[in-house]
Design a protein around this ligand. Structure first.
Ligand code: ZN
Length: 502
């Protein structure tokens, strides 16, 4: 057996163990009885430890070195080159960090999350500050150990957007911010307002489940290779090439949460189902980046699911399912699900303001990583940016700087992937529309297969054979730009709110 074959066999075995861990994790978050929690934690810690041992096995380094020599120069986008590149990336990252640093980070994150829960409940940022300082310091050490080209933030973002550069993301998000702030202002000043009380009437969970399942299947989520279940914090996970699980939660007096949540998670699931199963566990069969993963969920949730053509097809079915919609006109329903309003909480934000919530976090993360803003000054800097970009000031830190779990869990550099997802989604959708000819007319007829097939071919099947910036350029002919998202938002919201692009 060649070194390359040994490496691939080991990677697949590692994935086998990883998928068992996913199954334990999915079960924990959907079905596990309370009493089973302690032993489940032992099971998952054991399997995680085993996984870490397999990923950092010194033989991986030997196989890699030998295979890289044997294979030599070849097309960097070939499957074989991609297997080696991704295996090298992961192995180097895991083995570059000293063991005591890894342990310190893990401890700081566990303690940080506990402190965050308590401090948030008591609205006491000073109680959380020392924990956050510790995490930031350890993340600096992590970035230094791994190394980076331009700035320290590159090294942190790399865990979520492999190869992405801070400078590139900054210029795209700055352009987006400059266009979004006036759009939000114009919408806030508009006299047009949807009647959102339509959405808070009675929506029985069982009817939501059958309607949501029907819609997920209609857009292409394969229920022969996946399931939908109930959870507290919805997510999507896969536990094998033909087993993808999506989850949701139902609020019987708020229609959008479960419905758009299901479309969102189904979008993630369709991506997982579209990856090449024969490469499961190696680079060519892996999702590209969190930003690209989010582009797939956002496109089905927003570009498709909040469009008028989608509801032109779906609305009579919705009316059959829900008595609350029987006397509601499609145009009123459509405006209500596209309501835009600046608000304090990121996870409740609409399609437009969501990106400003992200940009604020992205700017502050860079500022505290570089030392420009101290942890003590974070609440003030947070409020200032909320006032500046969204025109609102948080009344307290619990609903301000402490609202997200990310920083307490050591997830610094993660936030920009949400907006990258929105940006990729808009740019890809425009290209698909151009190549497939009239997606909106297809949606009106209930035809979603052409868009899904296009995404599978262009985005899912390449796996990690191209970097994110290479793939967006390869598929759309242009590097990532904020203009597609801004055009899309004005195109939809302009007529609803009676505003024009300046
Ligand atoms: Zn998502």
């Amino acid at each position: 057996m060649t070194a390359y074959d040994s490496l691939v066999e080991h990677l697949k075995e590692t994935q086998l163990v990883g998928s068992i861990n996913s199954l334990l994790g999915w079960d924990e978050r959907t079905k596990l009885p309370k009493g089973g929690g302690a032993y489940r934690a032992e099971q998952m810690t054991y399997v995680s430890g085993l996984l870490h041992k397999m990923r950092t096995d010194p033989r991986v380094g030997d196989w890699l070195a030998e295979a890289e020599q044997q294979v030599g120069e070849q097309d960097p986008h070939s499957d074989q080159a991609t297997v080696l590149r991704e295996a090298r990336r992961s192995f180097d990252k895991l083995t570059k960090l000293p063991q005591d640093l890894v342990e310190n980070i893990t401890r700081a994150e566990v303690e940080g999350q506990q402190a965050w829960v308590d401090a948030r409940a008591a609205d006491d940022f000073p109680a959380f500050a020392p924990y956050l300082k510790r995490i930031i310091e350890l993340k600096r050490q992590q970035a230094e150990a791994i190394g980076y080209d331009d700035c320290i933030y590159d090294a942190l973002m790399d865990d979520f957007e492999p190869g992405e550069k801070t400078s590139n993301v900054r210029s795209v998000l700055e352009g987006l911010r400059e266009d979004l702030v006036p759009l939000v202002e114009a919408i806030s000043e508009s006299a047009n307002r949807p009647d959102t009380s339509i959405l808070t009437r009675s929506y029985p969970a069982s009817a939501q489940e059958s309607f949501g399942t029907m819609a997920a299947a209609a857009i292409g989520f394969d229920f022969e290779r996946g399931r939908l279940d109930v959870t507290h914090h919805p997510f999507c996970t896969e536990m094998g090439p033909d087993d993808t699980r999506i989850t949701t939660r139902y609020d019987e007096h708020f229609f959008p949460m479960a419905f758009f949540g299901i479309l969102h998670e189904a979008g993630h699931g369709i991506y997982d189902q579209g990856l090449r199963g024969d490469h499961y566990g190696t680079g060519p069969g892996e999702y590209l980046s969190l930003g690209f993963h989010e582009s797939q969920s956002r496109m089905w949730e927003n570009q498709v699911g909040r469009s008028l053509p989608f509801w032109t097809h779906m609305y009579s079915k919705a009316q059959d399912n829900f008595d609350s919609l029987q006397a509601v006109a499609l145009s009123d329903f459509y405006f209500a699900i596209n309501n835009v309003q600046p608000s304090l909480i990121r996870v409740e934000a609409d399609e437009v303001t969501y990106n400003l919530h992200i940009i604020i976090r992205f700017e502050l993360e860079q500022a505290f990583m570089s030392g420009d803003v101290s942890v003590e000054d974070l609440p003030g800097a947070w409020s200032e940016k909320y006032q500046h970009y969204l025109g609102i000031t948080p009344p307290n830190d619990a609903d301000g700087v402490m609202q997200d779990i990310h920083w307490s869990a050591g997830l610094i550099g993660y936030f920009p992937t949400y907006s990258l997802g929105n940006l990729y989604a808009a740019q890809l959708f425009d290209k698909a529309d151009e190549e497939l000819g009239g997606l909106h007319q297809q949606f009106e007829r209930g035809e979603f297969q052409p868009l899904k097939d296009w995404l599978v071919e262009k985005i899912h099947k390449p796996g990690r054979c191209y970097s994110a910036s290479e793939l967006i350029e390869r598929v759309t002919g242009n590097p990532l730009s904020h203009s597609h998202l801004v055009d899309y938002l004005y195109g939809k919201l302009g007529p609803l709110y009676g505003i024009e692009r300046p």
